[in-house]
Ligand binder design. Structure first.
Ligand code: NAD
Length: 488
């Protein structure tokens, strides 16, 4: 397919309160995945750009940390109001560069705004504690202080929400921040940065650079960067964790996933299938919480597959901006090729292809589409049962008992999320207790924690100890100090 160009915008970095345009930089195209059109061009930051940004952010931090937290959050209250006012515009930009449906994009912008709302509570969240007379005449208190310059590196699939797991928490705590978003979706973070500037944040407290591995490596090695928050695939998460920790930095690195949805024979089939379809095919499977393996327990397999196939075949796939679309395209042509490769691998390894998304890919040449795909007869050792596909491909594994299901799920090297569908409270309780995943859904297809709870992957889905958002974010972006006082 030849990409055509209309209204192509050139993006800039936002450093020390200024939008920096440098016409000499090489530019990289950004494509609308539903049409194949080039919609923007983005420059990539060099190590020198990162150094300049980190120095400016450090200077800004020295002043920002002195601003009382009650005043710091006033900026976030104004930011929230601006995000509310521009939510639909942001969702449209997001859908255009990422491909997800407008409704889905709106939902993710709403989640992003909730992060700002929760961060507005920082005067309470950041409180320490104290005890009078820990020894005769001696009082003890703990306080939380900001770290300095913090950096965030985010993935392509949630360009509004994932950076907000980091930015409002970090700056409300008194840090300055540098975001390096995914080079595939730079437009949404550009718009949300413009609004943060409009909210009146002092220059240098928030900085946006664009780029790839070179910019990331410069952040990982920069002595003024004190903490790294990463969200992306597991191999990169592990690399970030190891590299940044070796530099003495605080790190939280959220990785990829292979999520199992377990259906018990007593599950409500209609409601469960709706949730399963939303989980497996929503956002074209490009979610770290997407259901990817459907574990059918006992005699539920046949009726479950009957309802599932009927509803899946009725799905409308197309441009996410068009009303009525239930699933959009994949983010890039390369990613579509990768997902198609997994479907071919599933066929080669002997799984039964019940619904073949490659047919749609052949039909549609105007974007990066793959239709919803379902494999039955998948064995736990097959590639499609083990590896993260990050596309609309659902593998059905049939097992006999709940114990078999738990063994299968716990055998995965990932541990992001899982869900069980059942009418039996005892089975649900046992599953939630024994399963080795950080986030568990009971009759919920996408168990995404709200902003005031932590986002808690396990195993290869997370490297670090303090998770994203909620109280964990406050602990991550602050250092604790214990003060013992005696007055003569
Ligand atoms: P990715 O790992 O390719 O990229 C993520 C970020 O890392 C981007 O900003 C990218 O520029 C940078 N990067 C890529 N390769 C790098 C390298 N070799 N060295 C340094 N930096 C590098 O991920 P993606 O394709 O953008 O996003 C999809 C992945 O993110 C999936 O695996 C998904 O499961 C995961 N994800 C996880 C969560 C979670 O909460 N655990 C949330 C969203 C997405």
């Amino acid at each position: 397919m030849t990409a055509t160009e209309t209204a192509v915008r050139t993006l800039d970095f936002f450093i020390n309160g200024k939008w920096e345009h440098d016409a000499s930089r090489a530019l990289h195209p950004i494509t609308n995945p539903a049409t194949g059109e080039i919609i923007a061009r983005v420059p990539y930051a060099t190590a020198e750009d990162v150094d300049r940004t980190a120095r400016a952010a450090h200077e800004a931090f020295l002043k920002w940390r002195e601003v009382p937290v009650v005043d710091r959050v006033q900026v976030l209250y104004r930011y929230k109001a601006l995000l509310d006012r521009h939510a639909d515009e942001i969702a449209r930009i997001l859908s255009t560069e990422n491909g997800k449906t407008l409704d889905d994009a709106r939902g993710s912008v709403r989640r992003a705004i909730q992060m700002v709302e929760v961060s507005c509570g920082m005067p309470s969240l950041m409180m320490g504690y104290s005890l009078e007379n820990v020894s005769k005449g001696i009082d003890c208190q703990t306080i939380r202080q900001p770290l300095g310059v913090c950096a965030g590196i985010s993935p392509f699939n949630f360009p509004a929400m994932v950076p907000m797991w980091m930015i409002p928490f970090a700056i409300a705590c008194g840090n300055s921040f540098i975001l390096k978003p995914s080079e595939k979706v730079p437009l949404t973070p550009t718009r949300t940065a413009e609004l943060l500037e409009e909210a009146g944040l002092p220059a240098g407290v928030y900085n946006l650079i664009q780029g790839d591995k070179a910019a990331v490596d410069a952040l990982l090695h920069h002595p003024l960067v004190k903490a790294i928050s990463f969200v992306g695939s597991s191999p990169v998460a592990k690399y970030i964790y190891v590299t940044a920790a070796a530099q003495g930095k605080r790190v939280q690195a959220l990785g990829g996933a292979k999520n199992h949805l377990v259906v018990m024979p007593d599950a409500d089939l209609e409601k469960s299938v709706e949730a399963i379809i939303g989980s497996a095919f929503g956002a074209a499977g490009e979610r770290c919480l997407a259901g990817s393996v459907l574990v059918a327990v006992g005699k539920v397999s046949e009726p479950l597959l009957h309802v599932l196939l009927e509803k899946t075949r009725a799905m409308s796939v197309g441009d996410g901006l068009q009303p009525g679309t239930e699933m959009g395209p994949l983010v890039t042509a390369d990613h579509r090729t990768r997902v198609m490769g997994y479907i071919e691998k599933g066929v080669e390894e002997g799984a039964h292809l019940l619904c073949d998304g490659r047919e749609l890919a052949l039909e549609r040449e105007d974007g990066f589409f793959v239709g919803p795909t379902i494999f039955d007869g998948v064995q736990p050792g097959m590639t499609i049962a083990r590896e993260e596909i990050f596309g609309p491909v659902l593998s059905v594994v049939r097992v006999e008992t709940l114990d078999d299901a738990i063994r299968l799920v716990n055998g995965s090297r990932f541990g992001n999320t899982t869900s069980i569908f059942t009418g039996d409270g005892k089975a649900a309780r046992e599953y939630a207790s024994r399963i080795e995943c950080g986030m568990v859904g009971v009759n919920v297809g996408v168990a995404a924690p709200m902003a005031f709870f932590p986002f808690s992957g396990w195993k290869q889905s997370f490297f670090g100890d303090l998770h994203a958002h909620g109280r964990d974010a406050v602990a991550f972006y602050t250092e604790q100090k214990v003060i013992m006082s005696r007055w003569f």
